[in-house]
Design a protein around this ligand. Structure first.
Ligand code: CP
Length: 324
């Protein structure tokens, strides 16, 4: 048994939640527990035989009301590698297209006795509402502009494996902060774990009063990136924008796109991250995104499977005793 796995096994009662709806409210111990457990799955996923029977007899349903490549496929792989039965609901082929409500859809699936529902929805709060109507565990795979907890966990795992810690690091989160659930979940996680967070965005893409989260706010990339350990770039969330938030993508790249020149003020070994999908040449220089000496974007995808295995494991193994 690996050391992180042993630590996670010994700490099994330290994740007393029935659902994973957000990072806000999770304690440092709960977050560390999930990261320790995920660490053990990274090792398992690198072996030829990746499968366990931990979820044998359990059913996971993926219910995505928005498009996804990384999150949906990694939850599917995670469930299958743990030996569970995984069903991917195709919303475009479902009765939702005939006018069925979110709650009626959830109640219909609930009647089939799933153990975990993984839900992505365009409206903030929709996943929590759904969790109040079903008997099984619910994992938020992204709800509107609110939270994307498993993304923040996989980002944290990537950072922790590369740097050995999260506490004491300076992380610059740059780009469309206003529309980003990834930014919100990461702000909660990183500040809870003792990192210093800076957010960098043009004024039109910065939420009001974001300082209340105990973070630094700047509209200048050079200020934001100076001496930081981690540069986390965000996608322009065009699907959530009504009207123009930036004059043009060309001008946005000039002032807020990450290039080697802008990165030069960060620490010499600063890591570059992006949750994906990325718009090359808009948020990040294409060649820098592929530079394996600086960019950990592909590693983030690998960590995604391990983190989702950890979340499914943690929520199902103590399902009867979990509190909320
Ligand atoms: N980062 C992320 O959530 O990607 P997908 O939209 O592909 O799931």
């Amino acid at each position: 048994m690996t050391a992180p796995r042993q630590a996670a096994e010994e700490a099994v009662y330290r994740f007393p939640h029935r659902h994973l709806l957000g990072i806000e409210g999770l304690s440092p111990e709960h977050i560390s527990f999930l990261l320790d457990l995920a660490d053990s799955y990274v090792e398992q996923n690198r072996k030829p035989d990746k499968k366990t029977d931990l979820l044998r007899g359990r059913t996971v349903i993926n219910l995505f009301f928005e498009t996804s490549t990384r999150t949906s496929s990694s939850f599917e792989l995670a469930g299958k590698r743990l030996g569970g039965d995984v069903m991917n609901m195709s919303v475009s082929q479902s009765a939702i297209k005939k006018g069925e409500t979110l709650i009626d859809t959830a109640m219909t699936l609930n009647a089939m006795h799933p153990d975990v529902l993984v839900v992505r929805h365009p409206d903030a709060g929709a996943v929590k509402l759904l969790s109040e109507k079903v008997n099984c565990s619910v994992i938020n795979a992204g709800d509107g502009m609110h939270e994307h907890p498993t993304q923040a966990l996989l980002d944290a795992l990537t950072i922790r494996r590369r740097r050995g810690r999260i506490e004491g690091l300076t992380v610059a989160i740059c780009g469309d902060i206003l529309h980003s659930r990834v930014a919100r979940s990461n702000i909660h996680l990183l500040t809870t774990m003792g990192a210093a967070v800076r957010v960098v965005a043009p004024p039109t893409l910065m939420p009001c009063a974001v300082e209340r989260f105990g973070i630094e706010v700047t509209h200048d990339m050079e200020d934001g990136l100076r001496d930081c350990d981690i540069v986390m770039m965000l996608r322009l969330q065009n699907e959530r924008m009504q009207g123009m938030f930036v004059p043009s993508t060309r001008e946005y790249f000039r002032f807020f796109g990450l290039t080697r020149e802008k990165l030069a003020v960060a620490k010499p070994d600063a890591l570059v991250m992006h949750p994906g999908p990325m718009n090359r040449g808009v948020e990040i220089d294409s060649e820098l995104a592929d530079d394996i000496d600086r960019s950990v974007i592909r590693e983030q995808v690998e960590m995604g499977v391990a983190v989702r295995m950890a979340c499914l494991d943690a929520l199902t193994r103590e399902q009867t005793g979990n509190a909320d």
